[in-house]
Design a binder for this molecule. Structure first.
Ligand code: HEM
Length: 313
């Protein structure tokens, strides 16, 4: 083979790269000689991925339930990747819009595919295997909570009755106070007594510190804060406003409505309802029209807020 000037140039560059770190190019060329070709299955870690499903029962549809939750968590991870790219140094209008477009795309895929849960499992099978999974619940998804923390300011994540009680520019102590009454602390509570369920207690035990840490860290890099600190002209950018409104709808209305539909389908009509959900307040807690969770309330008209989570919004 002829050593063309292009090849020579690449070898020189490689040599410089290794030399700059005190490394000998010869050893690395030996390494290349013996290295295997990369395969698809190794690259995406396929064997590990396909072995991550460990059903707790032999009921066939439980596999659908596990895999769909795993798919959802991977989409949540894609969303968080995008929020990570919204940091102190990358608050340009174009960057914000591109990040939001991607997150919206992921949520739209999730909302559309939620039919796999609503229609794609036999209800009698669901009600059987669900009992073997107690007290675990999707409620314990930390990535879902992180998406909210990355999107909104904390004063819009507290439980509805306390929204408006806190300043828009909180210090770290105020963030802690708001975190105490973040809306989800009022979910997964016992229907009769209002006490925290084990589901909620275990979730807090495992993730509270981490989520509070993230809330503090994201204080000035959540989407809402970044938006408010854009110039007046930029704040009026219609395509940015559209993406933000879409994010609000996707995360706080469209996905929750599909999710609620699945809870209603499997849990509401069944007499074992109370037992199957661990006896929680989900019917009062889950519907978006009760939670009224909104990342960017100032981007919605009074009428739109009035109709939040109802048909047509
Ligand atoms: C048949 C399917 C499903 C049913 C019947 C169902 C049922 C429920 C119920 C009853 C709750 C309220 C919490 C509680 O009372 O324990 C809940 C919360 C939740 N579930 Fe599911 N779920 C389903 C699928 C999923 C999937 C696929 C995910 C994806 C990760 C998920 C994520 C969540 C989240 C994030 C919450 C908390 C929502 C909030 O705080 O507003 N669920 N689910």
């Amino acid at each position: 083979m002829e050593i063309t000037p292009e090849i020579k140039e690449k070898i020189d560059k490689l040599n410089n790269k290794f030399a700059s770190m005190g490394q000998d190019i010869n050893s690395y060329l030996d390494g290349l000689l013996f290295a295997d070709y990369l395969t698809y299955w190794d690259y995406i870690n396929l064997d590990v991925l396909l072995n991550l499903q460990q059903p707790k029962t032999s009921i066939p549809d439980e596999r659908i339930f596990i895999i769909y939750h795993q798919i959802t968590e991977l989409y949540f991870k894609l969303c968080l990747n995008e929020f990570e790219l919204l940091d102190e140094n990358s608050k340009s209008l174009e960057n914000i819009k591109e990040r939001l477009r991607r997150v919206n795309r992921y949520f739209e895929a999730l909302t559309k595919s939620f039919e796999i849960m609503i229609d794609g499992m036999a209800p009698e099978q669901f009600l059987q295997f669900r009992m073997s999974l107690l007290p675990a619940s999707g409620f314990q998804s930390a990535q879902y909570r992180k998406i909210e923390i990355c999107s909104a300011e904390m004063n819009n994540l507290v439980v509805k009755k306390h929204r408006g009680d806190f300043s828009e520019n909180p210090d770290l102590q105020e963030i802690e106070k708001m975190f105490e009454i973040i809306y989800w602390k009022y979910g997964a509570t016992e229907l009769g007594t209002g006490k925290k369920t084990l589901t909620l207690k275990q979730f807090e035990q495992k993730y509270e510190k981490e989520l509070l840490g993230l809330a503090k860290e994201k204080r000035h890099t959540n989407v809402a804060y970044i938006y408010k600190n854009l110039s007046e002209v930029e704040q009026k950018d219609q395509s940015l406003i559209d993406e933000m409104r879409l994010l609000d709808l996707n995360v706080n209305v469209k996905w929750p409505l599909m999710h609620y539909k699945s809870a209603v389908r499997y849990l509401q009509k069944d007499p074992a309802d109370i037992a199957a959900t661990g006896g929680t307040n989900w019917q009062k807690y889950l519907p978006p029209r009760f939670q009224m969770r909104m990342f960017f309330p100032y981007l919605w008209s009074e009428e739109e807020i009035e109709n939040w989570g109802k048909k047509g919004v």
